[in-house]
Design a binder for this molecule. Structure first.
Ligand code: HEM
Length: 95
């Protein structure tokens, strides 16, 4: 019986579901399709528009200031959480 059970949703894993996304581990900023980063349905993130706008402004400004850069993968570290399959640390070398 599952009544009263604790449920843990692995959003980070769902966002890399190869049954839903082609080449799911490749970073593709233009990737379409319903991802779960902001949740889904009734409790969909209320701040998603603000978060997206902030991310766009940050990326625009940083890339304007430092157009030449490369990721320093030797010193990068993966994040180990249930909700995020991304990076805890992702240093870049600026040109
Ligand atoms: C990249 C940034 C963000 C991510 C990845 C994110 C992610 C999420 C997710 C996954 C949920 C759904 C939680 C659930 O289903 O129980 C959520 C809900 C929510 N988020 Fe965000 N969020 C972000 C930024 C923000 C910001 C900037 C605000 C407010 C200014 C915000 C306000 C909220 C609120 C109020 C809810 C609850 C909505 C509800 O329960 O009806 N979030 N967020």
């Amino acid at each position: 019986c599952l009544v009263g059970s604790v449920m843990l949703l692995l959003n980070g894993s769902a966002n890399r579901d190869e049954r839903h996304f082609a080449d799911p581990d490749r970073f593709d900023i233009h990737r379409g399709g319903a991802h779960l980063s902001f949740g889904q349905g009734l409790h969909f993130c209320l701040g998603s528009a603000l978060a997206r706008m902030q991310a766009r402004v940050v990326l625009e400004e940083v890339l304007k200031r430092w157009p030449d850069w490369e990721v320093d993968y030797d010193n990068a570290a993966k994040a180990h959480t249930a909700s995020v399959r991304g990076w805890a640390k992702l240093p870049v070398r600026l040109g």
